[in-house]
Design a protein around this ligand. Structure first.
Ligand code: SF4
Length: 341
């Protein structure tokens, strides 16, 4: 069976090559070609022994994503790519460039099972989990484009299609690949895992010592209202979710980002800002306010700019740091539910 090398963390690549009789120094070279050189052609890996090149040709593949469509915004600094998987399904990845720093927003699943009411991906339903290699290949797609533009992939947000913590193993393996210091070397802090509130996944990341930046989509500070927007809140109610967040913050020492998609007349009242501040009291937290991105399947409108500003001011008055995400790129990087094929 062919092994997709993009799906192997550094240690796994070493073990795989060692089983085939190659020294770890060769695995290190292969790694450098893949993640420093972005090389896709085994034959061009000239520093490898010919026997290893032959072995790679016979036993290994590199996940290939076809570009079905690419749309640019923000004067070409933000691109959304529709990428085709080998089974013909499609996912989205986003590249956001700010000078020398580029951020990639990656998908973790094809579609999503969680059905948050305002989310275009949720309206598609769930098709399948992505493999670790398919997640890494998205990052490399962005990293190559960044390099061609004189920039470098520095930040990754797993906020595209899907719920990353419901595809835990593949996502964590992919992030191990992206973090590796001999490759893309993207640090824990520069990687954001965005969840709609899969509490057991948050606890597991804390227990496994994975201090990623964690973004939790909250959108409501009241269990009933939250469950109406995010059906998954019935499985992991607010109190369970907040316990998991406190545990994560305590174990990792990280501040948690709470995402609040602002829907006019639904969650933009100042009393709701008070409720939110009470809910997050004592947690190292930062709130991102994101105007709703209209989707065809949900009849709600984005919060007005004045209401967003007032909401933000109210949170700050409670001592809770809050930011309003205004540009398209910022919004894409601020919450899942903004992307759909
Ligand atoms: S908002 Fe996120 S978790 Fe909810 S349905 Fe959309 S992709 Fe899934």
């Amino acid at each position: 069976m062919m092994t997709d090398l993009y799906g192997l963390a550094r240690a796994e690549l070493g073990a795989t090559l060692s089983r085939a009789g190659f020294a770890d120094v060769h695995a290190g070279r292969v790694w450098g070609y893949l993640y420093r050189g972005f090389e896709r052609d085994f034959g061009a890996m000239r520093e490898l022994p010919p026997r290893l090149i032959d072995w790679l040709r016979e036993n290994a593949t590199l996940c290939e994503l076809g570009v079905a469509r690419e749309t640019a915004a923000d004067d070409g600094l933000t691109t959304k790519s529709l990428l085709a998987l080998s089974d013909g399904r499609e996912i989205e990845a986003v590249r956001m460039q700010i000078g020398e720093r580029t951020t990639a927003c990656l998908s973790s699943q094809v579609g999503c099972a969680l059905g948050c009411v305002f989310c275009a991906t949720g309206q598609m339903g769930f098709e399948r989990n992505l493999t670790a290699g398919e997640i890494v290949a998205q990052a490399l797609h962005v990293a190559r484009a960044a390099r061609a533009n004189g920039s470098r992939l520095r930040n990754v947000v797993v906020m595209g299609m899907g719920e990353p913590l419901l595809n835990y193993d593949a996502v964590m393996t992919a992030l191990d690949v992206l973090r590796d210091p001999a490759g893309l070397a993207i640090g824990f802090k520069q990687i954001t895992v965005s969840t709609v509130g899969v509490a057991p996944g948050i606890v597991r990341m804390a227990d496994e010592g994975r201090p990623y930046s964690l973004a939790v989509s909250l959108h409501a500070a009241d269990q009933t209202e939250r469950a109406a927007l995010l059906p998954v809140a019935r499985t992991w109610p607010l109190d369970v979710l907040l316990d998991a967040c406190r545990y994560y913050a305590a174990k990792t020492g990280r501040r948690i980002f709470f995402e609040w998609t602002v829907i006019a007349g639904r969650n933009d009242a100042l009393e709701q800002a008070d409720e939110l501040a009470t809910l997050l009291a004592g947690l190292p937290a930062h709130v991102n306010l994101i105007p709703l991105n209209a989707t065809t399947g949900f009849d709600g409108a984005a919060g007005e700019a004045a209401a967003l500003d007032a909401f933000q001011a109210r949170l700050r008055a409670h001592g809770l740091p809050a930011t309003v995400r205004r540009t398209r790129g910022e919004q894409i990087a601020a919450a899942c539910g903004q992307l759909a094929v």
